[in-house]
Design a protein around this ligand. Sequence first.
Ligand SMILES: [Zn+2]
Ligand SMILES: [Zn+2]
Length: 272
Amino acid sequence: MIKYKKNAASRGGKERILADILFLGTCAADFSPRLLTDCRDRFDNDARRASCALVNGRYLIDCGPHCPDSLRIAGIDPGCITDIFLTHLHADHFVKESVEYVASSHPVRLWVRSDATLPRIGNVEVMRMDSFERYGAGEDFFVTGLPANHDPDAFPQHLLIEADGKKIFYGMDGGWLLNKTYARLWNTHLDLCVLDGTCGDYEGDYRMGEHNSIPMIRLMLPSLRTVGAIDGHTLIFISHLAPSLHKPHAETVRICEKDGIHVASDGLRLSL
Ligand SMILES: [Zn+2]
Ligand SMILES: [Zn+2]
């Protein structure tokens, strides 16, 4: 059983928790039919919902088909969400109706790669992100979009998030790391590194140019350590798991534990 440390900082005599992330969905696009039956109103480690996460209670990463259900189950009021950052436009990460749901009662900023084409959505202001530019989206919250090795027609970008002084790399979706993205991560000493873990613990999958497998991540981590992108304090997570390509969650946790890799699950909240 992995324990996640809760870290509190003292500022102005007032103690508060630093950046936190709530995984609202950790699946690739092969969803379990159980989402429509016994898992309709709860999170289940083996019936994952579409990839989605919430940082600091108000910054949503991706907004796919299950986002409204995930928010409801997690007890999150969509009215608290001020910004949505899209990693790309594949249908498991972006659904117009889900964004409409989040923005139904208040204005929301939707951050996308600068060249992405989006439909018009009420209450939504589209914010265009040039790669490698650092954008401030709130007090002590900055996001940089980095090019991703994924379907170019979906305008993919990885996200480098700086929240309350903590650094988070959210690399969904993408296989390996592109040259300049890798270079940008040198010496960042990430607090949290969330990698695409679509494929399971086997070699030879054809998706190498768009998604990672566990053996690929095993190869990547020592190099990331060598260049100071991660170090001994970095929490390493995989998300975007395809159930059809992985063992059940509990077994995947065991497989990954010996390499220091944690496996994200729906409803998991980390305080950094
Ligand atoms: Zn995806
Ligand atoms: Zn994708």
